[in-house]
Write a new protein. Structure first.
Length: 222
């Protein structure tokens, strides 16, 4: 299911700029056409402050305020690719939506996105962007990432953009059978991990070293 074409061409950047971004992702090993199309069609400059918009298509993390960052395009693409590889997940929980960029990428690929953000001003700005881009398959809530979104569980996939010391059991409990969780785990040393729920329990795979902000409990100030 692909809705990404609905938001292509919005904003100041040329198609050539976005094609260069996609070409870099290919060179970095991203192979999913679905993911590459979604990354091509989401206007990343809308998800950072105007002063940073000229850097939006660089392969770098960018500040979005409140000591939070917008992940580099490669990491967004890599995590999305891991989440959907060999599957067609239709209901995704996103932990730490930030400015909403990852939410928009997922919205072009899956049926429903349920996104949590603990910092209220970031949440409100992200909701505004979802409306601007007419992404009606994204629901956003001010919430604690450790708690997940129990009332909407189970989820085919869970993706987190902040790192706990250990994978929270509460999130594993909200995975559907056959579901997959993708998140960074660790303190100073972090690893991107994939956890799959099987008939016999949970299987974990370590992918690669990463660097994310920590996953904090409770609701943030701001």
């Amino acid at each position: 299911m692909n809705r990404s074409a609905d938001i292509s061409g919005i904003g100041m950047t040329s198609q050539r700029t976005r094609e260069r971004l996609v070409q870099r992702l290919v060179e970095q090993g991203i192979t999913s056409i679905t993911v590459l199309d979604a990354m091509r069609n989401v206007p990343r400059h809308l998800f950072v402050d105007e002063a940073m918009a000229h850097r939006a298509y660089e392969d770098t993390a960018l500040p979005i305020g409140f000591q939070q960052t917008l992940s580099q395009p490669y990491i967004v693409a890599r995590m999305t690719e891991l989440l959907i590889a060999g599957r067609d997940p239709q209901k995704i929980l996103e932990i730490g939506s930030g400015s909403g960029y990852q939410s928009a990428v997922l919205a072009g690929i899956v049926g429903e996105v349920y996104a949590l953000e603990r910092i209220k001003p970031l949440l409100l700005a992200a909701r505004k962007r979802m409306r601007q881009l007419k992404l009606r398959n994204v629901q956003m809530r001010h919430g604690d990432g450790y708690e997940g979104w129990e009332s909407q569980a189970p989820f085919d996939g869970i993706l987190a953009a902040a790192a706990p010391e250990q994978v929270p059991q509460s999130l594993l409990g909200q995975l559907a059978l056959g579901g997959r969780l993708v998140m960074p785990v660790g303190g100073r040393e972090q690893t991107l991990v994939v956890v799959e729920r099987t008939d016999s329990g949970f299987e974990r795979y370590d992918v690669e070293p990463v660097r994310f902000v920590p996953l904090l409990p409770g609701l943030g100030n701001g």
